[in-house]
Design a protein around this ligand. Structure first.
Ligand code: GAR
Length: 205
């Protein structure tokens, strides 16, 4: 199974779904920029290795270098962002290109960034949902790997919609991470090569 690190900043309900639904991958490290994140405490209770470091006071570069060292030391092959609320630098994204995925609570490419549920309700949308995508330098902009839709009901508030979308996230993320991990361990070079091809001049479609 692929060795996965989950990066989070909060309560970690997606982490829990990923650990409980693990097939074809194993969560070997949970890392957080928030030392008091609920997800970290839960991981520690499960006996999963944790890494907690706040970038405050040490600067982003030092923080990311320490994070990267912890990931490498744990032999991590795939990073799954699950409610990780901090922008990663271009250098970090480049280092993990093709091996880092994220879940976002909207039907991308709609509503990148924050307040996705309030924006979907304000727009009068009939459906909302969640997306899993490859992480690139463009916020919430990498290649889509999977999506799930949920209805927006009359009277929905951002909180009631978020709760409905979260249920869909917990089903979608383990499934997509399993598929991604299997592809990664069967053909380790493929995602990287595909990204390199995009980066070469003259190979754009
Ligand atoms: C989830 O809804 C996730 O999609 C969202 O944060 C929540 C984390 O919940 N992620 C983002 O907004 C990323 N920009 P959790 O800590 O219970 O998994």
């Amino acid at each position: 199974p692929a060795r996965v690190a989950v990066l989070l900043s909060g309560r970690g309900s997606n982490l829990r779904a990923l650990v409980e639904g693990a097939q074809g991958y194993r969560v070997v490290l949970v890392a957080s920029d928030k030392p008091d994140a609920g997800g970290l405490a839960w991981a520690a209770e499960q006996g999963i290795a944790t890494f907690a470091l706040s970038p405050r006071g040490i600067g982003k570069q030092t923080y990311e270098e320490a994070l990267d060292a912890a990931l490498c030391q744990a032999g991590v092959q795939v990073i799954a962002l699950a409610g990780y609320m901090r922008l990663l630098s271009d250098a970090f994204v480049d280092r993990w290109r093709g091996r880092m995925i994220n879940i976002h609570p909207s039907l991308l490419p709609k509503y990148k960034g924050l307040d996705t549920h309030a924006r979907a309700i304000a727009a009068g949308d009939a459906v909302a949902g969640c997306s899993v995508h490859l992480v690139t330098e463009e916020l919430d902009g990498g290649e889509l790997l999977g999506q799930a839709e949920v209805p927006i009901e009359p009277g929905d508030t951002p909180d009631s919609l978020a709760a409905r979308v979260l249920v869909a996230e917990h089903q979608l993320y383990p499934r997509v991470l399993s598929e991604f991990s299997r592809a990664m361990t069967d053909h380790p070079a493929l995602p990287r090569l595909r990204d390199l091809a995009h980066a070469l001049p003259g190979t754009e479609e």
